[in-house]
Design a protein around this ligand. Structure first.
Ligand SMILES: Cc1cc2nc3c(=O)[nH]c(=O)nc-3n(C[C@H](O)[C@H](O)[C@H](O)COP(=O)(O)O)c2cc1C
Length: 303
């Protein structure tokens, strides 16, 4: 059984990836997820253009089948990351840095700085709101997505670029194709799905920010559908995520067309061992189904 995965040049011991935003940017934590958790690659929390505290509490609620969060992209800002980078640069396993900005110039500035520290890949979180267009999410517009991706690509040279998409786009396959044209080396799908909860006794929204992003098991069918559609619209590889908590979920994403699979909320529910366990379950499924390599089943659901 072979779980080894080459994703945009990242040589991974298995296809699992820590999703962005789940365990911050701290090098010791990133190392634990790789060494103890067994992840194939690790994504840092999105780094922004300036220091940001994020939204007030309550900012995360646990629901029956998922999490609703409005942490609001808290970030030390790229200028305050220099000390942490000294440690992060010593990391000798696949490390993906995630970046965001509220306009093209901010994306470019963050990308330029982050690239100096040579992470193995850079993920552009274009699933965040655009200030110029009054909070519209970049990733819902083909034009805005392409503009960001080509601006970031220009700044980061040979470092592979992943475009992280939102399921809120009306045609995510077209957005993905546009990002590929603009220079993305891979697509990551999906970010959270917008949602809201009301405390009926208090008669008020529960999250301080009112609205949040839904993640975890509830969004798996949304992620699977997005990856399936993107697979038919691009040639570049896909990092699939949304609701993965075990090996069978990961196999489902791979059959939809994913090369690598991200786990975010699954870490909250099952701890960092979730990566190791998912890999064992994948191997078990492969053995039972006489599958020797994940390549044999990638995109197989397309018939
Ligand atoms: C608390 C929390 C914070 C997140 N922060 C980020 C972030 O900083 N950047 C980003 O691209 N995605 C962020 N995400 C989205 C996840 O990376 C992932 O795309 C999403 O949660 C779906 O995967 P999951 O169902 O496995 O959690 C965050 C998700 C959660 C739950």
């Amino acid at each position: 059984m072979d779980l080894k995965t080459n994703f945009i040049g990242l040589k991974m011991q298995n296809p699992t990836v820590l999703a962005s935003g789940i365990l911050g940017t701290n090098s010791a934590l990133m190392k634990r997820v790789f060494e103890e958790g067994g992840a194939g690659a690790v994504t840092m929390k999105s780094i922004g253009p300036e220091e940001r505290n994020g939204h007030e509490n309550p900012s995360v609620i646990e629901l029956e089948h998922g999490l609703l969060n409005a942490v609001g992209l808290p970030s030390p800002g790229f200028q305050n990351m220099e000390e942490e980078w000294k440690e992060l640069e010593k990391i000798n396993f696949p490390l993906i840095a995630s970046i965001y900005g509220a306009n093209i110039e901010q994306f470019a500035a963050v990308a330029k700085n982050v690239a100096l520290h040579k992470p193995d890949a850079i993920e552009a979180n274009i699933s965040c709101p655009n200030t110029k267009e009054h909070g519209q999410i970049f990733g819902t517009s083909e034009e805005a997505s392409q503009a960001i991706i080509s601006a970031v690509k220009k700044e980061i040279g040979k470092i592979p670029l992943i475009a992280k998409l939102t399921p809120q786009a009306s045609n995510i396959a077209a957005i993905a194709a546009g990002c590929e044209k603009a220079g993305a080396d891979a697509i990551c799908a999906i970010n959270t799905v917008a949602g809201m909860c009301i405390d009926i006794d208090a008669r008020k929204p529960i999250l301080h920010n009112k609205f949040g992003g839904l993640s975890g098991p509830a969004i798996k069918p949304v992620g699977i559908k997005c990856v399936y559609q993107i697979f038919e619209s691009v040639k570049i590889p896909i990092l699939g995520m949304g609701g993965i908590s075990n090996g069978k979920d990961a196999i489902e994403y791979i059959q939809a067309g994913a090369t690598a699979v991200g786990i975010g909320s699954g870490v909250f529910y099952h701890g960092i061992e979730v990566f190791k366990k998912a890999c064992e379950e994948m191997e078990h499924w492969m053995k039972e189904n006489n599958v020797k390599s994940l390549k044999e089943i990638r995109g197989i659901a397309h018939g």
